[in-house]
Ligand binder design. Structure first.
Ligand SMILES: [Zn+2]
Length: 311
C-alpha cells in the first residue's frame, strides 16, 4: 500500500490527513483513513507552531501505526525558492523563516510546501470536480475569490501526474495582485487597483457601500440584485461581472486551461458561470469563443488538506 500524508497549516487549526491506496493507483476522497485537527496556537510563535505540527504527526503515527515517506503542507503564504524562506503569510510569525528545512529536520522526511490556493487547485484537479468533467486535462486554474483573490496552476506532467506550478519566485497563479483598475483602491501589497481590490467580497461590499451608504453582505447584495429594485446592487454586480470577465480573459489568454475551478465565497455566485463567462468572451483572444470549463469546486473545506497530501 501507498500512503499520502497532508497537513493544512492554518492560522487557527492544523489539520492532518492520510490517504491510503494500492501502490500505483490514483487516490480518491474515499481513501482517507484518518483525519485529525489540533489548534495552531499561533500566538505562541514560530517554534511553538512547529512543535504543534510534530505533535499532530505523532498523533497520526500513533493512531495508524504508519510512518510517512514524505509529507505535503498547505501553508498560508508562499515558500520563496530562492531565499528558502516563507513570505506573504498572514500568520506573520512564519515570514522570513526557513520552514521547509526546519520541518524536514524535525520530521526526518522530505517536505513539499505550497500555499493554500495552489493546494485548492491541486485537490480539485486530482480528487475534486475536474476528474469528473475533464479527466484528460492538461492545465487547470484554481481560483479563490473570497475575502482575498488568489489562484493556483496545475499542469499534468509527462508521467501523467498533475503537479503545481509554484514558479521561479513562488508566485505562480497569483492573479489577485495583477492590476485590474487604473488608480483603483490601495492594496496592502503596495499597489493600487489589484484584482483583489476590485472583485473580492470585501472590495465589492465596499463599492456597494460607496454607492448606497449602506453596509451589506455579499449575500444580501446578490439578493437585492435579483429582487431588481436596488440600483447600487445592480451596479455592484455589473462591476463584478465586467471585471471578472476582464481578469479571467487574461488567465485564458496566458494559460488557456482546460478548466477553471471557482472557489471561495464570491466564486459561488452562479452568475459568474453564465454572465461572467459571457463578459470574458468580449476580451479573450479567440473570436469571442470560450470552451474552457468553469466548474464549482467539490471538496469544500477539505481542499487544503487533500491538496497538501497530493503534493
Ligand atoms: Zn495587491
Amino acid at each position: 500500500m501507498q500512503t499520502y500524508w497532508g497537513i493544512d497549516l492554518g492560522g487557527t487549526k492544523i489539520e492532518g490527513v492520510i490517504l491510503q491506496v494500492e501502490r500505483g493507483t490514483a487516490p480518491t476522497p474515499d481513501a482517507v483513513i484518518i483525519r485529525k485537527r489540533i489548534d495552531t496556537e499561533a500566538h505562541n510563535g514560530y517554534d511553538h507552531i512547529l512543535n504543534q505540527v510534530v505533535r499532530l504527526i505523532d498523533l497520526l503515527k500513533a493512531e495508524t501505526g504508519l510512518t510517512p515517506e514524505r509529507i505535503g503542507f498547505a501553508t498560508p503564504g508562499t515558500f520563496d525558492p530562492a531565499r528558502q524562506t516563507m513570505k506573504n503569510c498572514n500568520t506573520t510569525s512564519l515570514n522570513g523563516k526557513p520552514m521547509k528545512q526546519d520541518l524536514a529536520r524535525l520530521l526526518g522526511v522530505p517536505i513539499e510546501l505550497a500555499n493554500d490556493a495552489n493546494c485548492f487547485a491541486l485537490a480539485e484537479a486530482t480528487l475534486g470536480i475536474v476528474p469528473d468533467v475533464v479527466p484528460d486535462f492538461q492545465t487547470v486554474f484554481g481560483v479563490i475569490m473570497g475575502t482575498g483573490v488568489g489562484g493556483g496552476v496545475v499542469v499534468r506532467g509527462r508521467d501523467g501526474a498533475p503537479f503545481v506550478l509554484n514558479g521561479l519566485q513562488g508566485i505562480g497563479g497569483e492573479w489577485g495582485h495583477n492590476i485590474l483598475e487604473e488608480n483603483g483602491h490601495p492594496c496592502y501589497c503596495g499597489k493600487r487597483g489589484c484584482t483583489e481590490q476590485v472583485i473580492s467580497g470585501p472590495a465589492l461590499q465596499r463599492y456597494y457601500q460607496q454607492l448606497s451608504n449602506e453596509q451589506r453582505t455579499m449575500k444580501e447584495i446578490m439578493e437585492r440584485y435579483h429582487a431588481g429594485n436596488d440600483l447600487a446592487a445592480s451596479q455592484t454586480v455589473n462591476r463584478m461581472l465586467e471585471y471578472f470577465g476582464r481578469a479571467v480573459s487574461t488567465l485564458i489568454n496566458v494559460l488557456d486551461p482546460d478548466a477553471i475551478v471557482l472557489g471561495g465565497g464570491v466564486g459561488n455566485v452562479d452568475l459568474l458561470y453564465t454572465e461572467g463567462v459571457e463578459r470574458a468572451k468580449k476580451y479573450v483572444f479567440n473570436s469571442g469563443e470560450i470552451r474552457t470549463a468553469f466548474l464549482k469546486p467539490k471538496l469544500g473545506d477539505s481542499a487544503g488538506v487533500f491538496g497538501a497530501a497530493m503534493l
